[in-house]
Each structure stands twice: as structure tokens, then as C-alpha cells.
Design a protein around this ligand. Structure first.
Ligand SMILES: [Zn+2]
Length: 101
């Protein structure tokens, strides 16, 4: 981990920026709102030993999600099963305002 990254994750000054669009991920008056896409590939993976972390603002997160949703649709295009509405693809909770789970 480089010095720059340590400074960015300093909790006393949580002024993080989106890795994609570089906008601040702080919502004025509401604090940090950030999504993290991360992976740590292990033995057997083609990327064994590599770690990834992409921090995204809300806008970029949903852009990424819509890309994945589209990929998912393409993968299932010729399935016999009827296409189900996947507008909530990836969502595992609603009305969860406390992030304690
Ligand atoms: Zn962004």
C-alpha cells in the first residue's frame, strides 16, 4: 500500500473520491456514500495473488450494475425459461437504512 492510498483512507479526513469519475463520494450533509467492487484472487485463479478494489460513487455504481445486468441478459438470451424482470439485479435488501446486517 502506498502513502497516497493511506492518506486517502485516513478516517480523520474521509474525503474519498470515486475511482471512476473522480467526484467526491461525500453527499453534502449526509456523509460518505460509496460502493466498493473488490476481489482477492487466490490459488487456482488466473489472477492468483492479485487484489482489486474499485470505489465508486452512486452514479458510477449503477452504471456498472446496468452493464452487468445487460451482460446477464445476453447470457440468458436463448434460455428456454422465460426472462424474468431483473430490474433489482444484485439488490439483496430494501428499506435497510441501518447497514447493521
Ligand atoms: Zn463516480
Amino acid at each position: 500500500m502506498g502513502r497516497g492510498e493511506m492518506a486517502m483512507t485516513d478516517n480523520r479526513h474521509p474525503d474519498m473520491h470515486c475511482d471512476v469519475c473522480d467526484n467526491s463520494t461525500r453527499v453534502p450533509g449526509y456523509g460518505e456514500q460509496i460502493a466498493v467492487l473488490q476481489a482477492h484472487w487466490g490459488y487456482g485463479a488466473r489472477h492468483d495473488g492479485e487484489r482489486y478494489r474499485v470505489r465508486m460513487c452512486e452514479t458510477c455504481f449503477f452504471m456498472a450494475l446496468s452493464y452487468l445486468r445487460q451482460e446477464r441478459r445476453i447470457h440468458h438470451l436463448f434460455d428456454d425459461a422465460p426472462q424474468h424482470d431483473d430490474h433489482d439485479f444484485g439488490r439483496i435488501a430494501r428499506d435497510d437504512y441501518w447497514a447493521d446486517s
